[in-house]
Design a protein. Structure first.
Ligand code: HSE
Length: 421
């Protein structure tokens, strides 16, 4: 009964009639398993439902569906296995658990004839899992990209709009219940990479361990970059992207420059958004709250209703998630991943510096699209230099950066960000 569990209990208790109508039968909140029974709760629960003993659920044959709202890997994994083995269908919001142990848990559920539903695990209130798995079933998904971490988006928005310091914005995100128990998982891209690995399984049939998703967080983004991006007509957002090409599948989480004027750049605060391209449907854009109590509870209770109605077990059986052998989908090598780049360097302000840097980029066949260097007030020896490139391969950019960072005129490692296309 943490943040999300409280929201789920609230919907089941306070909207019992609505849930019964949608489920086609009365759905009763039979048990709430907590660590500490004495702690006061925000929802008025029916008498006698609170217990600290999981076997009160596993041994009760009348309980069919369990909302598994336990964070982390253990004991979350063991609890899910116990529930499945006790014959329960399970709805979970735990993306880390699915990203880490999805193959094992889904295999076990299949063996036992049980189902696992997890729309709440990715993008909270946005029904992206159901959409990709069911509504877009006629399509080959060609690409998807999105903002999948509300905490990072909240921090970036606060920094951009209020000039709030990074730490202060993070504290506010924690206070509002968006952040993970360990918020470094939000800001270093882990949370978004785990969600992307789950979406990649659904959209591309790719059984890619989340650790293989190329990953950078927002910790390297500074106010200076946010301002330069603005000047160039972009906002910085933490983007999770999966795209198919003839060379394979590219999966990446990184802070990227997103052009203003498009819907992705307008995603503010803890909102999530996902843009999906299917070969039949074209581009679809989803937007909504990806974290927080009631948006996530909305997804959990919808999955519980789908279990009761019997839709979810059918989908679960036909989807065969994480059923393919490892490596079914080849990953695209960096030399075939093309995109534009933004680079900010602190350089010595003297003749020949720009030519030196441009020379390195040219030797790696990287073409410059624009350059910003502002006149300094006074005669500072070091100035920020911003370069936007045309499309270049990840491999070439990586090699060029190594050389540029070694130049004596370059005074700090600087920042290199990708541009979302
Ligand atoms: N910590 C996540 C976020 C919410 O900030 O988006 C749960 O997935």
């Amino acid at each position: 009964m943490g943040t999300v569990g409280t929201g789920v209990a609230r919907l089941l208790v306070e909207q019992q009639q609505r849930v019964a109508q949608r489920a086609g039968c009365r759905v009763e909140l039979a048990r709430v398993v907590v660590r500490d029974r004495t702690r006061p709760r925000e929802v008025l629960l029916p008498a006698g439902v609170v217990t600290d003993d999981l076997s009160a659920v596993t041994q009760d044959r009348e309980i069919r569906v369990v909302a598994h709202l336990v964070g982390g890997l253990e004991p979350a994994r063991s609890i899910m296995l116990r529930l499945l083995e006790a014959g329960k269908d399970v709805v979970t919001a735990n993306k880390a658990l699915l990203a880490e142990h999805g193959p094992e848990l889904f295999d076990r559920a299949r063996e036992l004839g049980r189902s696992i539903a997890f729309d709440a695990a990715v993008a909270g209130g946005i029904p992206i899992v159901t959409n990709i798995a069911q509504c877009l079933a006629a399509n080959q998904i060609l690409s998807l990209h999105g903002i999948l971490n509300g905490t990072s988006n909240f921090i970036l928005t606060q920094m951009e709009e209020q000039q709030t310091a990074y730490e202060e914005a993070l504290r506010e995100a924690q206070r509002r219940g968006y952040a993970e128990a360990d918020p470094s998982l939000d800001v270093n891209g882990t949370d978004a990479a785990q969600k992307l690995a789950i979406l990649a399984q659904l959209a591309f049939g790719a059984r890619v361990p989340w650790q293989q998703v190329a990953r950078e967080g927002i910790d390297q983004v500074t106010l200076a970059d946010i301002r330069f991006a603005h000047e160039l007509g972009y906002r910085i957002r933490l983007i999770a992207q999966g795209r198919l090409s003839a060379s394979g599948l590219e999966l990446r989480v990184a802070p990227m420059l997103v052009r203003m004027g498009g819907p992705m750049a307008d995603v503010r605060d803890a909102y999530n958004a996902i843009s999906v391209v299917g070969d039949a449907v074209g581009r679809i854009f989803y937007h909504g709250l990806g974290a927080g109590q009631m948006p996530t509870a909305s997804a959990v209770v919808a999955d519980m209703i789908d279990m009761v109605v019997g839709r979810m077990p059918i989908t679960f059986r036909t989807l065969k998630l994480w059923d393919q052998p490892d490596g079914a989908q080849a990953l695209c090598p960096p030399e075939h991943q093309y995109r534009r780049f933004y680079m900010r360097l602190d350089v010595v302000d003297r003749p020949g510096v720009l030519a030196e840097i441009a020379g390195v980029l040219g030797r790696h066949t990287i073409s410059i699209a624009s350059v910003i260097q502002h006149e300094q007030q006074g005669d500072g020896p070091v100035v920020p230099l911003v370069i936007m490139t045309h499309r270049a391969s990840e491999r070439n950019m990586e090699r060029a950066l190594v050389e540029i960072r070694r130049l004596a005129v370059v005074q700090s490692p600087g920042v290199c960000l990708r541009v979302l296309e």
